[in-house]
Design a protein around this ligand. Structure first.
Ligand SMILES: O=C(O)CCCC[C@@H]1SC[C@@H]2NC(=O)N[C@@H]21
Length: 250
């Protein structure tokens, strides 16, 4: 088993909390948001009611990473949603830093990070008034069994099982926070364009046929790009379609 040797500096202006146990760091973010002085990472070593996207439960064994970044923002909802790309790039960099390798890591639209084709991390965005809560879960040491996730979903993997690297949540938090602050500064200064470019170079299944599911409707087409609004663009039998929100199946 390899231990990562990564030196990272906690980013200036960001708060840092590590809680032993909480229901969900998203719920904790909602409780604390108004009283926070600035952007703050709330990390939990244990969550008893972790949630994923679309109301799904998030399986969160101890040793995995669970945190929510509470970000004060006056951005409109369309711009807030683009933070999932910022967070995905930060996760990508943090995973490269701990593993020392880039091969096998890809980003799945809109909110997932894949490692050797399996889901290693997920991102959940929730607005809390004048704050955005960016929830991040990473399977550091354990991944749920395929039977525990939705049918057709990408199988979960862990950093430990895929790479043989053991990293603790607090070490990962410091690496991720530094990476996030870098990409957030880039987003604030230059907007979405460079984030989009960087995201696309890491995209899973670009140019390949994928299926987007929106409720009970499905659209299948070739994954052409992500547009300037962060929508996935599919070339389908009936033309080009830009989709703002969907689950993607390979
Ligand atoms: O469905 C997904 O892929 C998103 C998963 C997000 C899970 C994280 S763990 C930290 C934060 N707290 C939660 O309850 N959920 C998010």
């Amino acid at each position: 088993m390899k231990e990562p040797v990564v030196l990272s500096e906690w980013p200036m202006g960001y708060g840092r909390q590590v809680l032993t146990e909480v229901d969900s760091t998203m719920a904790e973010a909602a409780r604390q948001a108004k009283g926070l002085a600035g952007p703050t990472w709330i990390c939990a070593l244990r969550q008893t009611a972790a949630r994923g996207r679309r109301g799904r439960a998030w399986v969160n064994p101890e040793g995995n990473f669970a945190a929510t970044l509470v970000l004060p923002t006056s951005d409109a909802s369309e711009k807030r949603a683009l933070r999932s790309f910022v967070a995905a790039l930060a996760l990508f960099d943090a995973l490269v830093a701990v593993s020392g390798r880039v091969d096998g890591l890809t980003l799945k639209w809109p909110n997932d990070v894949l490692l050797t084709g399996g889901k290693v991390a997920g991102i959940l965005l929730e607005s809390i008034g004048a704050h955005l809560a960016i929830g991040i879960g990473v399977n550091l040491i354990a991944a749920p069994a395929s039977s525990e996730v939705e049918e057709r979903a990408v199988a979960p993997v862990s950093v430990l099982s895929a790479l043989g690297v053991e990293v603790g949540p607090e070490v990962f938090l410091d690496i991720l926070a530094e990476a996030y602050a870098r990409h957030e500064a880039q987003f604030a200064t230059y907007g979405f364009a460079p984030i989009r470019e960087a995201w696309l170079t890491r995209a899973a299944r670009l140019g390949e046929v994928v299926t987007a599911r929106m409720g009970d409707r499905e659209v299948t087409g070739s994954f052409e790009t992500v547009d300037a609004e962060g929508r996935i663009v599919l070339n389908t039998a009936s033309g080009r379609q830009a989709i703002a929100a969907a689950d993607i199946f390979f």
